[in-house]
Design a binder for this molecule. Structure first.
Ligand code: NAD
Length: 441
């Protein structure tokens, strides 16, 4: 197996990069050639295929597709295709994955692929006894749900649970919401769950005497969670200008703000979604569904907050964790229709939707690390400015006893530049020794 750790990849030509990626996983020569044709030849998404996918097609809208390197996830080297228009996202993910690699890579985990379908019941006279009737008929309703998708049920998925919520204080009075929990296995599941909800509606109306309104999947997929964890040895965070210890502390401090403040949390989570969405898009999954689920989950406590957490372990290592809903599929949707999306899933080497979800959350965590590290070092940069200013003052000829005053004035002005250092130094000398205008006196 080739390693995902490649240095100088960005210096290769586009063709060299595509040919190298096409060899990922050791395919035959024919498959590798076809992969190159899909990536940058004639076999990507064409107009005929696009015209079958959505309505009123008039053309194609391209996005750059790159690969993030250096990822190790559960001990496996992973090459991560990312479709994104924003610069620095792929480089950031690759850089963070390299840091995490030094701590052994990402560990990931996920729950079953359980989605929730909602069936709204209105005009119910006695909501609590209607709820009782529905819960008593749980087995019958689950069986009815399972009849809708024999393929998923045959593969071991299907209806898992039924919950009935009474919502008393709505603008139109009390109503019931039935939650059908359905394990969608390797499908994202929206079509499947919507079909099931529609099929259950008549029986639910009969049982409750009410009227069914909405019958649709919830994008708050809080029973379909994926999580990733990483450990970065503090020395791996050393830079030329900052000790790893400072960087680790800065990252935890930056996260602390996001954990309590929605204004910061929104941007913190946007950074996570930079990585998440790029893989979701590359694999042909529904990024609106993922976005909706992520932000609803981030606000589930009643206050919108950070999706990730950063802390230190006993040895001072930096530990990051991210848990979020991840309703993605490797069957259905556009994944098998869009040639590049199909290839992206193939390159990732994932065998199930859960595995894909776990990779995506690992990428989200890497992206979060890259952003926080940059922010933490820029924040620390303010302290670093003093050192920098000292060097600038010395460089323009300030004597040791003059340095402090030149540094203080440059920092107070907010301009640490040789021209300012020179002017301030001359001014300082005039103040101290009004007769002298000569530099170095
Ligand atoms: P789908 O209906 O295309 O495919 C799912 C089907 O694949 C299953 O019903 C099953 O019969 C079959 N299948 C074969 N092998 C399977 C396996 N191993 N595991 C699971 N199923 C298997 O797609 P879907 O996933 O039900 O729906 C996804 C699409 O729905 C996306 O395109 C999404 O954009 C769209 N959508 C989303 C929303 C929303 O998020 N609110 C609403 C409506 C539609």
């Amino acid at each position: 197996m080739i390693s995902s750790r490649v240095s100088g990849f960005y210096r290769w030509s586009l063709g060299e990069r595509a040919r190298w990626v096409a060899r990922w996983g050791g395919p035959s020569d024919g498959v590798a050639a076809e992969r190159v044709n899909i990536l940058c030849g004639p076999n990507g998404l064409d107009l005929t295929r696009a015209d079958q996918m959505v309505e009123n097609v008039i053309g194609l809208h391209g996005l750059p597709l790159g690969v993030a390197l250096n990822f190790v996830i559960n001990g496996r080297d992973v090459l991560v295709p990312m479709a994104v228009e924003e610069p620095s996202v792929i480089a950031g993910a690759s850089f963070a994955a390299r840091l995490v690699r030094e701590g052994g890579g990402f560990q990931t985990d996920s729950s079953d692929s359980e989605m929730i379908g909602q069936i709204q019941v209105i005009d119910v006279v006695d909501v609590w006894s209607a709820r009782f009737k529905l819960l008593s008929a749980r087995e019958e309703l689950l069986q009815c749900a399972n009849e809708c998708d024999p393929v998923i049920v045959g593969l071991g998925g299907g209806a898992r649970d039924l919950e009935v919520r009474v919502l008393e204080g709505t603008p139109i009075g009390a109503m019931l919401v039935v939650h059908l929990v359905f394990d969608c296995l390797d499908a994202m599941g929206a079509n499947t769950v919507n079909t099931v909800c529609e099929a259950l509606a008549p029986r639910i109306e009969e049982m409750t005497g009410g009227r069914v309104g909405l019958r649709i999947l919830s994008n708050l997929a809080d029973r379909r969670l994926a999580r990733a964890r990483c450990m970065i040895p503090v020395e791996a965070l050393d830079t030329d200008d900052f000790a790893g210890e400072q960087v680790a502390r800065g990252i935890v401090e930056a996260w602390a703000l996001a954990s309590v403040d929605p204004y910061r949390a929104a941007t913190h989570n946007k950074g996570i979604m930079n990585g998440v969405d790029a893989v979701v898009v590359a694999t042909g999954n529904d990024w609106r569904a993922i976005e909706a689920g992520a932000h609803a989950y981030a606000a589930q406590s009643g206050r919108y907050c950070s999706l990730s957490a950063w802390e230190r372990d006993n040895q001072g290592n930096l530990i990051g964790t991210l848990e979020m809903p991840m309703a993605v599929g490797i069957v259905g949707g556009a994944t098998r229709v869009h040639p590049v999306a199909g290839l992206a899933v193939e390159l990732l080497g994932v065998q199930s939707a859960r595995e894909l979800a776990e990779v995506i959350v690992a990428v989200g965590l890497a992206q979060n690390l890259a952003a926080l590290r940059a922010l933490a070092t820029e924040g620390i940069q303010r302290g670093h400015m003093r050192l920098h200013a000292r060097q600038v003052a010395l460089a323009v000829g300030a004597a040791e006893h003059e340095v402090a005053s030149v540094v203080e004035r440059m920092i107070a002005e907010g301009h640490v530049r040789p021209d300012r250092a020179e002017a301030i130094l001359a001014e300082h000398r005039r103040e101290v020794n009004p007769g002298s205008h000569q530099r170095g006196q």
